[in-house]
Design a protein around this ligand. Structure first.
Ligand SMILES: [Zn+2]
Length: 388
């Protein structure tokens, strides 16, 4: 059974209800949480941290856990106890000493000056003031300069945690005064395990294929995975299957991609146009279809038995069409014309198969290679679930 971590009512989103409350509950960022726990245990917490990485992978969650860990009356192994007065005050958002600031809407010099003045005062009810600035790269240059002055001589009772999805936009002078952590995308296996636990706890009926599809589509982000699960659950009261998800997300199954790719390789214009017709008919997302197609060719290119020249030509052609589609209103025609000209190009280059080749799916060598790759994938592990 998954631990019910918060007592928030049902209408609160899954993402918030299952937000990790301890370092050990955070999935996929083990190195970072280990380092932070050690810092809390040894009393060696830095004055400023920079958390960079994509959205929905745990930056804010870890920042909040750290804000409690440094203020907790009885931390255990660097973890906040979540039950003492300080932990509770922070969890209930009642402390004036913990500030969460959205860098996008407080980006000007005045905001940062005000912050700088506040920072100088001792904490009102806690041991340490924690300033969490999200999307810190949005600050203006002036604001960064004002912030830099504070970071150069940080008061002892303050910890800054800057979070950003675009660390390259944060000035080096700021970064050099922070302990920086790059957050990794969460491995698919870990997202899938956690999703199954949540689905079970929430009594959401879902097949394991559907769980895998969500984990793959979430592209390393737990928040996106939880949002998709929630959407699917409200989309249909019946069991969530792969088909239902594909339908909901405007996607097609992998066999459609493989067939389509085979049609390109064989220069089968009729098949290509028929497939596009059916995609449009069923309201599928053409851009995502192209992206998935590119990903499939790319996967194939790293196997030894692929025809590299042909795959590169296909990849280039698909990427060109994708770029054009992005800017265009009439996506269908762009897709049709783009693919037909790709085939003409490939014919000129002698890259069209003379005889029908089997798809990767039916080719035993390719299947074996794919199986090998899948076995290499990390074993699913659940770190967030507590047995108590
Ligand atoms: Zn505590």
């Amino acid at each position: 059974m998954i631990q019910q971590l918060t007592k928030e009512p049902y209408h609160i989103s899954l993402y918030r209800r299952y937000r990790p409350q301890r370092f050990s509950e955070v999935v996929g960022q083990e190195e970072i949480t280990r380092t932070l726990r050690n810092a809390v245990m040894s009393g060696d917490v830095a004055h400023a941290y920079l958390f960079s990485g994509e959205r929905g992978i745990g930056k804010t969650s870890i920042a909040r856990i750290l804000s409690r860990a440094v203020n907790c009356h009885s931390p255990q192994d660097g973890e906040p106890c979540n039950t003492c007065a300080n932990c509770k005050t922070i969890m209930e958002n009642r402390s004036l000493d913990i500030m969460e600031i959205d860098g996008a809407s407080n980006r000007g010099i005045d905001h940062i000056r005000r912050l700088r003045d506040e920072v100088a005062f001792a904490p009102t009810d806690l041991k340490t003031k924690v300033y969490i600035i999200d999307e810190v790269h949005m600050l203006t240059n002036e604001a960064f300069n004002a912030l830099l002055k504070t970071l150069e001589e940080p008061p002892p009772h303050v910890v800054f945690i800057f979070a950003t999805t675009e660390p390259h936009k944060v000035p080096r002078t700021i970064i050099s005064r922070c302990q920086a952590f790059d957050f990794r995308k969460i491995p698919q296996g870990k997202i899938a395990s956690l999703l199954s636990k949540i689905a079970e706890a929430e009594e959401i009926p879902i097949t394991s294929e559907a769980i895998s599809l969500i984990a793959k589509r979430a592209n390393g982000g737990m928040r996106d995975a939880e949002v998709m699960l929630e959407q699917a659950a409200s989309y249909s009261a019946e069991e969530i299957t792969e088909e239902l998800l594909l339908d909901m997300l405007g996607l097609v199954g992998s066999e459609v991609h493989e067939e389509f790719l085979r049609a390109i390789e064989n220069g089968d214009k009729k098949e290509i146009l028929a497939t596009i017709d059916s995609l449009v008919d069923r309201g599928k997302d053409l851009e995502t279809f192209l992206s998935d197609l590119v990903a499939l060719v790319r996967d194939r290119m790293i196997t030894a038995d692929s025809d590299t020249a042909r795959d590169i030509a296909i990849c280039r052609g698909l990427l060109d069409v994708k770029q054009e589609i992005f800017r265009s209103l009439d996506r269908r025609i762009i897709l049709e014309v783009g693919l037909l000209s790709l085939i003409e190009e490939m014919k000129k280059e002698g890259l069209i198969a003379r005889t029908t080749k089997p798809t990767a799916k039916r080719d035993p060598a390719a299947r074996a290679a794919r199986q090998k790759r899948e076995e290499k994938e990390e074993e699913p592990r659940i770190d967030r679930v507590q047995e108590e």
